[in-house]
Design a protein around this ligand. Sequence first.
Ligand code: MEV
Length: 322
Amino acid sequence: MTIPATSHASAPAKFILFGEHAVVYGEPALAAPLQSIRAHATISASSAKDPSGLFITADDIYLRCLYGDLMPTHPIAATIRGVLQTIGSSQEPRAHLSLSSAIPVSAGLGSSAATSAAVAQALARFLHRELSANQVSDLVYEVEKLQHGIPSGIDNTVIAHEQTVFFTKTNKTEFLKLTRPLTFLIADSGERSSTKETVAGVRERYKREQKTYQAWFDDIGNITRAARTAVSHGDSELLGKLMLRNQELLEAIGVSCPSLDRLVKAALRAGVSGAKLSGSGAGGHIIAHVHPRQADHVVSRLRAAGARNVFLTELTANTHDS
Ligand code: MEV
């Protein structure tokens, strides 16, 4: 087999529009890719003087070592192993894997899943294979399980398919068609949290007060189902109301925090139709649905309320079929 000199793949960040946490309990969630913020993986053939095996450089996380020296549970090691198993290869190539990512870590934007997806596809391509989006998604899910306990599977799904999804753990994923573009601001609270711990905290409280939490999850599920129609039809007013109701329920289940609350309030005072935390919470990001002409004003209000970074993303109108 001729090994190519270089292969490259990238994968986007994601943001959850509706349904985080409740999705772990079987309710639906809506999420979309953040195409402009990505993780990248490049693999180049080693020269004769380089060490044998697959040498990994990920300067963002201060990682420089051989694949064989990583703990088997390390997400990058688990991804490489998963690819080799999927394509039926017994040994890693003698090459250099270089990783970089613009996705903030532990901030609810799916940085671990995106890195894993980029590594998986770059390695497969280096070995003359192209993984399908479903293969990437399944492989990343296995890696996510090592890090996050029992993830719902939404992060790997939206990141591998790079489409807006209506996702449940058990049903076939729906890829949403949007008749009108929708604009969102995504604001970083600057606080970081562990998805595994946040999900475990909800689980503990759920066990203590099962009836109450189940009712909140049911409500979030109903909001997300209504949001599917609002997103598809570009109904901004309804979308905003549903975001606010979802935020109230996320506060009730204990995953918001003062910095996120402050950003949500600032966005609302600046005139947006809806805002909520996005992802596992306890830090990370909020999203606000804006009209493009409001965006500059809302960005400055969010910055004044402490946002470290604010970026704009648009879900474009499309004709995707599932
Ligand atoms: C994390 O991006 C979303 C959560 O719902 C966890 C999960 O779905 O696995 C908090």
